[in-house]
Design a protein around this ligand. Structure first.
Ligand code: G16
Length: 543
């Protein structure tokens, strides 16, 4: 088969953000756009000749089109084996697992994660490297540099591959394998968790509701929760992946997973409610009448992980992104293991996991994961919760109460100001950055600033420095405000304001989060001039 060279030229902004390249579907539909990006990825990928590449996506609109493009480009670039999830479907953690299991060179994940889908929605491409994790900054920078001078991409002329038929075909001597998206992942979960203990708990009356948000986790959750663990049919809600996610926003937060939240706060609540996002790497956990903040979930899972077979030997360390609350730090201290603070984005955990310096990682944005793959993993977190509940024979609310009365409580909330004019958002951040030196000692209401900085990270494994990762304003007693601009939005800019207050175990651990954080919320506006810069008096999303 003839390899064709299609002349091309750099165009459009193809700079990968926090989590790959993410743009409106219409941007990806432009001729050469996706092709330029995929070719740029392959141009900076070593060892591709005869190597294996994994491909799959969250099933959103345009997924099948780009998979076909990617298969042709991969064949033309000399890969020897292409593994594709049936129907073009693979969750992000499942891709990570397949890369590792098959010693692939890397993987393409077609997803804009928690962003909305459909013809007017978002699309995205993430590239993961041979350890199964998101490409680190040095790779994404190289990809971006290549997109700026690309002049051609390679393809082959071949009919579309039947993505729905399992099995192997040979195209121009290259093996294209359509694989079951769920089987290997489910097997990995069985190897980590005590399915018998969970099955017993289910038989004994443990109930749950899982909202797959019409996104990729539907088939995974049905197989694992209903078929293997014995939860009754209809435990998995919105379980069929749809190209537009049923016109919902597949972000499992308190706004978009409102139905689940209302169920869990009402009289019909099952014992545990959970949800995952577009590509299956995030998780939301809610107990009966008790929402578990993702930062708390990380800390609670870390404190109990040793009860579960996969982590019975204990944890090597914990890592959390900087804006994630310090709840996990207190667990690490009690376990006498290190806790690392990294910039936002899963790619920063990869080196620590590869070097075996940490076992569990998490982000405040509902991402939790471990060394079983190199991605955050929504269903894994749900199964870890289920396994812990089954062993401890305790409710979610009692486990939380028990945790806070041992470690104290980090009250936490995130305010998002979305679709703001980029110049205004950057103006706010620049002014705040310029005032950092004068902030220590300043009082905002009852709160006095102790320290303020712009977070900079030095990777302890390779020494890479990542500057300008968010502004931290620290107050006495462990209270904190963090400001940063999102790297995943596709419309204007998004300002995220993270607010946290620590209350020791003997303090007020059963307060209302909004009341406990009221002074900090006022201080955030006072020190950054949110209303003055953005003209907004309230955030769009509170989570
Ligand atoms: C957001 C979250 C980050 C997360 C990133 C990617 O980034 O704040 O914690 O790592 O999304 O998440 P996903 O892989 O689910 O798309 P940002 O830059 O918008 O804050």
């Amino acid at each position: 088969m003839m390899i064709k060279t299609i002349p091309s030229a750099p165009f459009g902004d193809q700079k990968p953000g926090t989590s790959g390249l993410r743009k409106k579907v219409q941007v990806f539909q432009q001729p050469n756009y996706a092709e330029n990006f995929i070719q740029s990825v392959f141009d900076v990928t070593d060892d591709k000749t005869n190597g294996t590449i994994v491909m799959g996506g969250d099933g959103r609109y345009h997924n099948r089109t780009v998979i076909q493009q990617a298969i042709r480009i991969a064949i033309a670039n000399g890969f020897g084996r292409i593994l594709v999830g049936q129907g073009g479907i693979l969750s992000t953690p499942a891709v990570s697992h397949l890369i590792r299991k098959h010693e692939a060179v890397g993987g393409l994940i077609l997803s804009a994660s928690h962003n909305p889908g459909g013809p007017d929605g978002d699309f995205g491409i993430k590239y993961n490297i041979s350890n199964g994790g998101p490409a680190p900054e040095k790779v994404t920078e190289a990809i971006y540099a290549r997109t700026k001078n690309i002049d051609r991409w390679l393809t082959v002329e071949t009919a579309d591959i039947d993505l729905d038929r399992l099995g192997e075909i040979s195209v121009a001597g290259v093996s294209v394998q359509i694989v079951d998206p769920v089987a290997d992942y489910a097997e990995l979960m069985e190897s980590l968790f005590d399915f018998d203990a969970i099955r017993k708990a289910v038989a004994g009356g443990l109930t749950m509701a899982f909202d797959a948000m019409h996104a990729v986790t539907g088939p995974y959750a049905k197989e694992i929760l209903e078929h293997r663990l014995g939860f009754p049919p209809a435990t998995v809600r919105n379980g069929i992946p749809l190209e537009d996610f049923g016109r919902r926003h597949p972000d499992p937060n308190l706004v978009n997973a409102r139905d689940l939240y209302d169920l869990m706060m009402g009289p019909q609540a099952p014992d545990i409610g959970a949800a995952s996002d577009g590509d299956g790497d995030r998780n939301l956990i809610i107990g009966k009448g008790c929402f578990i903040a993702p930062s708390d979930s990380l800390a609670m899972l870390a404190a109990n992980a040793h009860l579960v077979p996969g982590y019975a030997a204990g944890l090597k360390g914990i890592a959390r992104s900087m804006p994630t609350s310090a709840a996990a730090d207190r667990v690490a201290e009690a376990l006498n293991i290190p806790c690392f603070e990294t910039p936002t984005g899963w790619k920063f955990f990869g080196n620590l996991l590869d070097a075996d310096m940490v076992t569990i990682c998490g982000e405040e944005s509902a991402g939790t994961g471990s060394n079983h793959v190199r991605e955050k993993d929504g269903l894994w977190a749900v199964l870890l919760w289920l396994n812990i509940l089954a062993v401890r024979k305790i409710s979610v609310a009692s486990l939380a109460q028990d945790h806070w009365s041992r470690f104290g409580r980090n009250y936490y909330v995130r305010h998002d100001y979305e679709a703001i004019e980029t110049a205004r958002a950057e103006g706010l951040m620049a002014e705040l950055d310029g005032s950092l030196g004068s902030l220590p000692g300043t009082k905002f209401g009852p709160l006095a600033v102790e320290a303020a900085d712009n977070f900079s990270y030095v990777d302890p494994v390779d020494g890479m420095v990542s500057d300008n990762q968010g502004i931290r304003i620290l107050f006495a007693g462990g209270s904190r405000i963090v400001f940063r601009l999102s790297g995943t939005g596709t419309k204007g800019a998004t300002l995220r304001v993270y607010l946290e207050r620590y209350e020791p175990a003997e303090g007020e651990i059963n307060g209302q989060t909004s009341e406990m954080l009221a002074d900090l919320i006022a201080a955030a506006d006072a020190c950054a001039g949110i209303e003055r810069h953005l003209g907004r008096t309230a955030p769009d999303v509170v989570t």
